[in-house]
Design a protein around this ligand. Structure first.
Ligand SMILES: [Zn+2]
Ligand SMILES: [Zn+2]
Ligand SMILES: [Zn+2]
Ligand SMILES: [Zn+2]
Length: 315
């Protein structure tokens, strides 16, 4: 994934912070920022030999108060008297004593613990016994400083953990975004050829899911449409068949009625004897006509002639 501007800045800041933490946890205490400090090419702080700038100091003579390399330590302390000087590894170099600003011959040895003195808590033995801190609650300088160092280291540890948690969370965010967006992944096929493969993200999967759902819905709707149309077709077909049947029936009825009518007309024109002889036949004919008319009226009353094709949708 690409790293944006803020990402690079964040990375730089992290390196700076980590370097600081390294120095807090591993560096020789009390030597940061002193005049002797120099920054080497590797970024580590190194201390030059006081005898030769080109040498790197490794020991400190507690009597001469000099930083020396092993060779110069030997050379400069070769006489019997000087050889007795206690020399310690640089990491164990004792701190230079700070003198009291009010009693310049006395070194700072104590720390005042009173609430009101926290702005200037350092004191020498004179301050403690006779000066402004007389009778104040106090502790010894070195353990007090060491305690503060320990709490700084604790804090540094907390910061490191916190930084790791933030980085972890950021990595997770990147992962989640990638998971949503998907992308190209290099995979190896059966014959050992590497090629990129598209890995769909969750966004794409969700879109596919929606598409599949609606394509299914489309299919179902099309099927239902066809079914509904076939119901309409069947209804229309049946209605037309019935109407045509009615048309045929009416044609037959009309011809029957006109035949009867014709028969009556013929009978009317015949002589009295024939009219009398035709009485039974005419009566039957009239009965049949009345029956047919009754049936027709019943039918016409009950049937609603209607061209509409009713459509209703059930949900
Ligand atoms: Zn010495
Ligand atoms: Zn040297
Ligand atoms: Zn003092
Ligand atoms: Zn005080």
């Amino acid at each position: 994934s690409k790293i944006g501007d803020s990402g690079v800045w964040g990375l730089k800041k992290n390196f700076a912070l980590l370097e600081l933490l390294e120095r807090l946890q591993n560096g020789p205490a009390g030597q940061c920022g002193t005049a002797e400090e120099a920054i080497g090419l590797s970024g580590e702080s190194i201390i030059r030999c006081d005898e030769d700038e080109a040498h790197v100091a490794s020991v400190y003579c507690t009597v001469c108060a000099t930083h020396l390399c092993a060779d110069c330590s030997q050379l400069t302390h070769s006489t019997k008297t000087l050889a007795k000087h206690r020399r310690v590894p640089l990491a164990d170099k004792p701190h230079e004593k700070t003198m009291c600003s009010q009693h310049q011959v006395h070194a700072i040895e104590f720390v005042c613990l009173e609430e009101g003195c926290q702005a200037s808590p350092l004191m020498c033995c004179v301050c403690k016994e006779y000066g402004k801190h007389q009778g104040h609650k106090h502790s010894v300088l070195e353990p007090e400083a060491n305690q503060i160092r320990a709490s700084i280291l604790d804090m540094a540890h907390c910061i490191r953990t916190f930084t790791e948690e933030i980085s972890d969370y950021s990595r997770k965010l990147v992962g989640i975004v990638q998971h949503i967006e998907g992308g190209e992944q290099i995979v190896e096929d059966g014959v050992g050829m590497a090629h990129t493969e598209h890995v769909p993200g969750t966004a794409e999967n969700a879109r596919s899911c929606v598409r599949a759902y609606f394509s299914d819905l489309h299919e179902t709707l099309c099927r239902q449409e066809e079914m509904a149309l076939s119901v309409v077709d069947a209804h229309v077909r049946e209605k037309l068949i019935w109407l045509r049947q009615q048309q045929e029936d009416m044609t037959i009825l009309l011809s029957q009625v006109s035949t009867a009518c014709l028969h009556c007309e013929k009978t009317l024109q015949q002589d009295d004897c024939r009219v009398v002889l035709a009485k039974q036949e005419i009566t039957r004919l009239l009965e049949t006509l009345q029956k047919q008319q009754q049936q027709f009226t019943e039918l016409a009353d009950h049937v609603q002639l209607d061209a509409s094709v009713p459509v209703t949708f059930t949900k």
